[in-house]
Design a protein around this ligand. Structure first.
Ligand code: PLP
Length: 448
């Protein structure tokens, strides 16, 4: 496929190719795809982005389904975000001092999520996860083990990466932890108990390890397979209550995307802590841990710094709660709050597009599976449905998924090569039709 497109791409997007070559001599990984998985053969260098579209330096316009990998739920350059950031810069962005946007964002978060009474702000989803785990360890008298679920990604920390992507080990009903990165501390692997999402009997293993566990951490709706299992989440909540171990929802992707109040508001399961990121920064770096006062307050200072070092969970960060990220995020949340119909529209667009993709593949007899919900799409070329990440890894054709992204690019759609793709509130019916049409054309070309 790469050979087939190389010439075409060199003619259509020469500047993107030139920029990639230029970037390579200094930047180890010029794009998200390089940082996470592999260097894209046909990266798009974006000159401008607005609404649901991005434009490169050679005049190509793409309907964009990367969505910055999550933050841009309202689309690029939303007027509310542009206004908030412009005003924030004009006033002088500040950090480390008291500022109104930080207080306002915290209030919006606490009001939105059923499980939230307090908030701590930070700079990314990864930091949020790291802090949540530390808070739980602090509250649990130093018990350190983390229970997590196979295939759930929780950011770049050694702990967050364990058994997240592209590798798995052990039996399917008794998975073993594996390191998520070369160079990661092996202690993170040894200190992790890995379970399977949806496996209620498997939750018994939590009881076996109850005395060692700091917390149970999961994506309540795993992004990699886009499957939601409310009875499982209820069962998990029950077990956590019985053994007295805090339940941490990583809603970095799903928070304010699946619903204003996150997955927890949809399924009626209240976690002890919730990790947030992406949407809450309006496209600027931002993360948060929100949750039960009794837990989040472990990060609150007393008046005595010497005592603090014994009892307080450290949650500092130079740019944490900076006025600009918070103003951008608060602008997005206010817009979402003022327009609750946005979620029904996103869901309708998701269903329509998923239906069109399934139909196009079905008509051509192509084994393609689309799981989609609340603006998040997972598309694989495989014969069997994959409820578990390991089934998806072993049972689907990743080369075909990557090739699809390249074919789609030729038809004006920017899909991530290897990632769930996302629609935004700014995508029009016309944008989604263009995607469906490009998909049908791409399948024809792929099978020609
Ligand atoms: N948690 C989940 C579920 C994520 O998808 C991500 C990022 O993709 C993170 C945590 C980490 O967030 P960040 O990339 O902002 O550090």
């Amino acid at each position: 496929v790469e050979e087939r497109f190389a010439e075409d791409f060199a003619v259509r997007a020469p500047t993107s190719l030139r920029l990639r070559e230029r970037a390579r001599s200094t930047l180890v990984a010029p794009t998200h795809m390089d940082r996470y998985f592999f260097p894209s053969a046909f990266p798009v260098f974006v000159r401008e982005a607005s609404g649901g579209r991005v434009r490169d330096f050679d005049g190509n316009e793409y309907v964009d389904l990367c969505g910055g990998y999550g933050p841009h739920l309202l689309g690029y350059a939303h007027p509310d975000v542009v206004a908030a950031v412009t005003e924030g810069v004009r006033r002088g962005q500040v950090n480390g001092v008291g500022n109104l946007p930080e207080v306002e964002l915290a209030e919006l978060l606490v009001a939105a999520l059923p499980g939230a009474e307090r908030a701590v702000l930070c700079n990314s989803g990864s930091e949020a996860v790291l802090l949540a785990i530390r808070m739980c360890r602090g509250a649990r008298g130093g018990r350190a083990k983390v229970a997590k679920f196979e295939g759930h990604y929780h950011g770049l920390s050694d702990q967050g990466l364990v058994s997240s992507w592209f590798r798995f080990a052990g039996e399917r009903d008794r998975p073993e932890p594996v390191a998520g990165s070369h160079g990661a501390d092996p202690a993170a692997v040894a200190g992790t108990l890995v379970l399977q999402y949806g496996d209620v009997p498997g939750l018994e293993r939590l009881r076996e390890h109850a005395d060692e566990l700091a917390c149970v951490l999961l994506e309540p709706m795993p992004t990699s397979v886009v499957a939601l299992d409310p009875p499982f989440l209820l069962a998990l909540r029950r077990v956590c209550d019985e053994i007295g171990v805090p339940l941490v929802f990583d809603e970095v992707v799903s928070g304010f995307r699946v619903a204003y109040g996150g997955v927890q508001s949809v399924v009626g399961v209240r976690p002890d802590l919730t990790c947030l990121g992406k949407v809450i920064g309006g496209g600027l770096p931002c993360g948060a841990v929100v949750g039960r006062a009794g837990l989040v307050d472990v990060a609150r200072s007393t008046r005595d710094p010497f005592q603090d070092y014994e009892r307080k969970v450290f949650a500092g960060g130079t740019l944490s709660g900076n006025s600009l990220s918070c103003a951008a995020g608060a602008a997005v949340l206010r817009r979402l709050r003022a327009d609750p119909g946005v979620y029904a529209r996103l869901e309708a667009g998701t269903e329509r597009l998923a239906g069109a993709l399934r139909e196009a593949a079905g008509r051509r007899g192509i084994a393609c599976r689309v799981s989609a919900r609340s603006s998040i799409f997972s598309l694989t070329f495989s014969h069997r449905p994959a409820r578990l990440y390991r089934d998806r890894l072993t049972g689907s054709d990743f080369k075909a998924t990557i090739a699809l992204a390249y074919y789609m690019r030729r038809h004006g759609v920017h899909l991530p090569e290897l990632h769930a793709f996302l629609i935004s509130a700014a995508h029009t019916a016309e944008d989604l039709e263009l995607v469906a049409d490009a998909f049908a054309k791409s399948l024809d070309e792929m099978t020609a």
